[in-house]
Each structure stands twice: as structure tokens, then as C-alpha cells.
Design a protein around this ligand. Structure first.
Ligand SMILES: [Zn+2]
Length: 302
């Protein structure tokens, strides 16, 4: 089962050749999504050999240009290439009117339906659920309404040994309980799932903080994540700037990752002003043992 994220653009507000504005390509169980659409996202997708005509949906975290300016162009190209299938877009309240106004002024006609859904800036919401995974929006703390995203697999069933179950003549409801990982009484005995089943592979989860100050809602939503991509726009020395611009520092990102017990922290949205990115990673390593730097073009398999 695929669960890949390709980091198309990992820089902050101003793009440079090595670090574009924010966008990520997600492939979960063969379904593909785009997370944010910074300027240049079409070329980033092409350069990374990712197909955009099959995208099921697009998540937009907030209305700052480095997260959204690539969207009208991308959708227009999809239309020029003859897309027919409707697309779901989840984003802030202003998004729908802005898109329609932009297309109106350049007289673009879309060949497919663009369904824009507003996420709530106040509560965690399930945006999309299919088969064995779901996408949930997480309100975070930025200068304007902003949401992060949690992508997670449902917990997987335990694998019951069919032969053992048949030999012991376990009835259906007992088998089902064991597959859910629950202990259950049967004929005066307590059956433990670990003696009857193989435990499942751990359900994986990816959390995207978007642009934010460290906040409680994100800490809760990031709990136990396999990978957390966190805003780390500034280093420790520039903590005041992080506060005044509603972003986070390396240390703040890593502290939240530690509190939320995430497996791996990825530092992203790093400001152009820093040339020595390893020094940023060193700061974060003081708080969390597993820190990687986001990089344009990086493919991460969860
Ligand atoms: Zn922003």
C-alpha cells in the first residue's frame, strides 16, 4: 500500500531555484492529492514526474501567495489538457470567490467541475475518507485563518491463524474480537489476541503543520505521527521574528514533535536567509532525536 509524499517546494515566501514555494504531492493507497499549490507547482510536478490529471483533490492551507498562487494556473492547464473528472478542493472561505474571479478576468472556461469546500478554522474536520484512510484538517495559529492536515491510515486488523481458529472451533464473534486486537473470554478461558494472531503493521500517518506558531490543536493532532512536517521558518536567534510573523523556530517545532511523540520531524518552510541548513537541524536535534531537513524533490516513503 503506497503512502508517499513528494516535497515539491519547501522554501518560505520567496522562491529561489533550490527551494520553491510550498507544495507537496501525496500518494496514499494509489489515490493522489496535492497539498498547497505555491507558484510554479505545475513545473515542479512535471520535473518530479508526477501526473496531475489524476489528482483526486487539492488541500489549501491558507490564502498566502506562497501557498496558493499556483492553483489557478494548474487548474487551467488541467482544463486545456481536457480533464473531464470533477475535482475536490478544500480551503479557506475566500478561495472559491478568488478562483472564480481569476478565471472570470482571464476568460478561462473550465472543462471540468471544480468543487470548492471550506474547511472550518475552529475545529478538526474530516475532509475526505476512502477505503482505509482519511484526510483531516487541523486549525492552526497563523496571521490569517489557516489549517494543517493529518493524513492517516485506519488501524489495520490483526491476522488470525485460520487453522488454529478452526481447530479450537472459535465462533464468528470471538474471531472478530481477536482480529480487532481485543482479548475475549471463550469457554471459561481468556483468549489473548497476541497468541492467536499476527499483529498488524502500524497504521501510518503524515501531519503537515502549514504556517503556524506552535499550538495545542496541532500538538494533539500530531500525536504519534509517523512523519510531521513542521514550519521552521526561523532559527533560535530569530525567535522574536518567528513570533511577530506567526511562524515557528526550529526548536519550537522540535519541542512540539517531542511532546506529540512523532517518529520523525521534518523541518520545512525555512527562510531564504539561512545558508547553513545543518545548523538548523542541529538546533532541533537538541529537542528531538529524529530530525530531517525538507528538500525540494525529496520523496518520503512512510
Ligand atoms: Zn503564511
Amino acid at each position: 500500500m503506497t503512502f508517499d509524499v513528494v516535497f515539491l517546494g519547501t522554501g518560505a515566501a520567496v522562491p529561489v531555484p533550490s527551494r520553491g514555494t510550498t507544495s507537496q504531492f501525496l500518494d496514499i493507497h494509489g489515490h493522489t492529492f496535492l497539498i498547497d499549490a505555491g507558484e510554479g507547482v505545475q513545473l515542479a510536478l512535471r520535473n518530479n514526474k508526477r501526473r496531475f490529471q489524476k489528482l483526486k483533490g487539492i488541500f489549501i492551507s491558507h490564502m498566502h501567495g506562497d501557498h496558493v498562487l499556483g492553483l489557478p494556473g494548474l487548474l487551467s492547464t488541467m482544463s486545456l489538457l481536457g480533464r473531464q473528472e470533477a475535482i475536490d478542493i478544500w480551503g479557506p472561505p475566500e478561495l472559491d470567490a478568488w478562483l472564480r474571479h481569476t478565471w472570470g478576468s482571464i476568460q478561462a472556461h473550465m472543462s471540468f467541475e471544480v468543487k470548492v469546500h471550506e474547511w472550518s478554522p475552529h475545529e478538526v474536520q474530516t475532509l475526505h475518507e476512502a477505503g482505509h484512510y482519511r484526510l483531516r484538517s487541523i486549525p492552526v495559529k497563523h496571521r490569517i485563518p489557516c489549517c494543517g492536515l493529518r493524513v492517516e491510515e485506519h488501524s489495520l486488523p490483526w491476522k488470525l491463524s485460520g487453522q488454529k481458529a478452526r481447530e479450537a472451533r472459535l465462533p464468528f464473534h470471538v474471531r472478530q474480537a481477536l482480529k480487532r486486537g481485543e482479548a475475549i473470554g471463550f469457554e471459561g478461558r481468556a483468549l489473548k489476541p497476541e497468541l492467536w494472531c499476527t499483529p498488524p503493521r502500524k497504521a501510518r500517518s503524515y501531519v503537515y503543520s502549514a504556517d503556524t506558531r506552535p499550538c495545542e490543536s496541532l500538538r494533539i493532532a500530531a500525536q504519534g505521527a509517523t512523519l510531521l512536517y513542521h514550519d521552521a521558518t526561523f532559527n533560535n536567534a530569530d525567535a522574536d521574528r518567528a513570533k511577530s510573523t506567526h511562524h515557528s523556530t526550529t526548536t519550537e517545532a522540535a519541542r512540539l514533535a517531542r511532546q506529540a511523540e512523532v517518529e520523525t520531524l521534518m523541518l520545512g518552510h525555512v527562510s531564504l536567509r539561512y545558508k547553513d541548513l545543518d545548523a538548523l537541524r542541529e538546533e532541533a536535534l537538541q529537542e528531538h532525536p529524529n530530525v530531517v531537513l525538507a528538500k525540494d524533490g525529496l520523496l518520503w516513503r512512510l
